[in-house]
Structures are given as C-alpha cells and as structure tokens.
Design a protein around this ligand. Structure first.
Ligand code: DLZ
Length: 171
C-alpha cells in the first residue's frame, strides 16, 4: 500500500510495554513552528497514552532543525533520558539548503544514537511543499510526531528486552 492510501499513524500501541518509568526528551525546532508544534503535540499525546509521566517528558526548543543535534546532546548530557525525540520541518526552497540541513541532522542523530546507545529519533519532516507537511502533522497522512514517539518507546523496549534475555544470542 502506498503512503497516499494509508494513514501512517495507525500504529498499534498495545505492543508497547510499561513505560511509566521512562524519561523522554523532546527537542523541537522553532522554524515552521505551526507544523513543529503539532508534531510535538502528537508525540506528547502518544507518550502519555503509553503511561509516560508528564513530569518525565522534558521539552526544549532550538532555533532551527540544524540545531537539533546539539540541543539533543545537551539534553542527553544534562538529563540522562532513555530517548530523545527530535522534531523539525525543513521545507524545500529554491536552493539546496534543505539537503544540507537534512543530511547533516540525519547523520548527527545517527552518530549520537550509536555513541550514546540510546535512541535519538529523527522526527524531521522533509517535504517539498507546506501542504505535504500539513498532511503529516495531523492531516491525511496522520501525525509523524506520534510515530516518532512510538519509535522511541519501541527502541527503549528493545534495549530492555535484549538486556533481560537469558539465552545467549548467536554462536
Ligand atoms: C535557514 C533555514 C532555512 C532557510 N529553512 C529552514 C527550514 O525550512 N526548517 C528549519 O528547521 N530550519 C531552517 N533554517 C534554519 C536552520 O535550521 C538553522 O537554524 C540556521 O541555518 C542557523 O544555523
């Protein structure tokens, strides 16, 4: 099924375990604020639906998406969360600025995840048009903020599952 036919936020929260002790950081970019606020709202709603306590959701803002990795690193260093969700929206313009920002942020968040061992979630919309962004922050393609939160919780659960498994993995 193509994404045009599917509400991407039809996610099954019943597969998520007990999240009541998780601490989650959310870093939101102020650029395209009308969109990033809706994405953030969706992420918070999903975290709360999975029993993450409001007091354990730490939210900060950065000026633009390019600043997401550093904001996320600062939050990680100061607050030791179980995951950091990074939310932004970089709309394609007349120049290649969007490509530079998106590539840089994706690589930096990948590096942060691998070095730290906790998930830094790429909740950045990279649309060609504002309408495509609106379709993905509570429109016809759901809310990618919900999915970012879901992904964070799934990855924290995976880490706990691997840690608690009694059997040896591999040879
Ligand atoms: C400069 C810029 C432009 C042109 N477009 C966006 C955008 O669509 N979305 C976004 O999140 N940020 C944008 N920025 C700002 C950069 O992310 C960054 O804040 C500045 O280049 C300063 O480092």
């Amino acid at each position: 099924m193509s994404s045009a036919d599917k509400n991407l936020s039809s996610i099954d929260l019943s597969s998520i375990g007990d999240c009541s002790e998780y601490t989650i950081g959310i870093v939101t970019s102020e650029w395209n604020e009308g969109i990033t606020k809706k994405l953030t709202k969706g992420a918070v709603k999903t975290l709360k639906a999975c029993k993450v306590k409001a007091a354990n959701i730490i939210q900060i803002q950065v000026p633009g998406s390019f600043e997401l990795p550093l904001g996320a690193k600062m939050l990680y260093q100061e607050k030791s969360p179980d995951a950091v969700i990074c939310i932004g929206c970089v709309i394609k313009g007349e120049t290649k600025h969007n490509e530079y920002i998106n590539t840089s942020v994706a690589q930096a968040l990948t590096n942060l995840s691998l070095v730290s061992g906790i998930p830094f979630i790429f909740g950045v919309l990279t649309p060609d048009t504002k309408q495509q962004a609106l379709d993905r922050c509570g429109g016809k393609h759901g809310n990618k903020g919900d999915e970012a939160a879901y992904t964070a919780l799934k990855m924290i659960g995976l880490k706990k599952e691997i840690k608690s498994t009694k059997t040896k993995i591999g040879f």
